[in-house]
Design a protein around this ligand. Structure first.
Ligand SMILES: N[C@@H](CCC(=O)N[C@@H](CS)C(=O)NCC(=O)O)C(=O)O
Length: 201
C-alpha cells in the first residue's frame, strides 16, 4: 500500500492558515511536479501519480482489491458513487462557515453568517438521513465512507456535537471506533488545541 492515504482535508488546511503554521509545501517545485495545481493531496504509488482525492480513492480500490469497498450490484454501486461526489457539498458548506468564523477584519456580515449556517444545517439534515442505516450508502462500510468519513471527523474535531442530527452522531461514533481513522488522522490534530468553529452544530 502507498504510505499516504488521500484524506480530503480542506478543513485541516483552513485550520493551519488560522494558526499561522500553514507552510506552502504544496507550492514547492517537487510537489508542483506531482500536481500542477499545487493542491493536496497527491497520491504517489510507485510510478502512478493520482491527484484529486476521490480519484485517488477509486484508484486504490482498483489497485488494491483485497478488501473491496465497492458493492458489485450496479444500483448499490451507483449510490456509493453518488455519496462520494455528494461529500464535497458537506465539505464546502463547512468551509464556508469556518471561513466566516475565522474572519475578524472586516468582521463578517451577520446576514452572510446566517446564510452559511442555514446552508450547513440543511446539508447536515441530508447527511443525517443518508446515515440512517449506519453508513452513508447503506448498512456496510464502503468507499463512500472513506470520502465522507474524514469530513465528518473534522466536524467533531472542530467542536460539532451533531446534537440535532442523531443518526449522524451515531455514524461519527462508529467511525471513531475504527482504528483506520485514528491511523490516518492528521498528526497536527494531536498536537494543537481544537478550535470550536463548528460548535453550533
Ligand atoms: N478537488 C480537489 C481539491 C484539492 C484541494 O482543495 N486541496 C486543498 C487542501 S484540502 C489545497 O491544497 N489547498 C491549497 C491551495 O489550493 O493552494 C481534491 O479533492 O483533491
Amino acid at each position: 500500500m502507498p504510505e499516504s492515504l488521500p484524506v480530503p482535508d480542506s478543513l485541516l488546511s483552513q485550520r493551519k492558515q488560522s494558526e499561522g503554521e500553514y507552510r506552502d509545501e504544496h507550492k514547492a517545485p517537487e510537489f508542483m511536479a506531482l500536481n500542477a495545481r499545487g493542491q493536496m493531496p497527491a497520491l504517489v504509488d510507485g510510478d502512478v501519480i493520482v491527484c484529486e482525492s476521490l480519484a485517488a480513492l477509486l484508484y486504490l480500490e482498483i489497485a488494491y482489491p483485497e478488501h473491496p469497498l465497492l458493492p458489485s450490484g450496479s444500483r448499490e454501486r451507483a449510490l456509493v458513487y453518488q455519496r462520494m461526489l455528494e461529500s464535497s457539498n458537506l465539505q464546502e458548506k463547512a468551509v464556508a462557515v469556518i471561513s466566516l468564523k475565522q474572519r475578524s477584519d472586516p468582521k463578517p456580515d451577520p446576514a452572510d453568517m446566517q446564510r452559511a449556517m442555514e446552508a450547513l444545517q440543511a446539508e447536515l439534515k441530508l447527511w443525517d438521513n443518508h446515515t440512517k442505516d449506519g453508513f452513508v450508502a447503506g448498512s456496510e462500510f464502503t468507499l463512500a465512507d472513506t470520502a465522507t468519513g474524514p469530513i465528518v471527523l473534522a466536524f467533531q474535531r472542530y467542536g460539532a456535537s451533531f446534537k440535532d442530527y442523531p443518526k449522524l452522531a451515531r455514524y461519527d461514533e462508529t467511525l471513531r471506533a475504527r482504528s483506520a481513522f485514528h491511523k490516518t488522522s492528521p498528526p497536527q490534530w494531536k498536537k494543537s488545541p481544537n478550535p470550536d468553529w463548528l460548535s453550533d452544530f
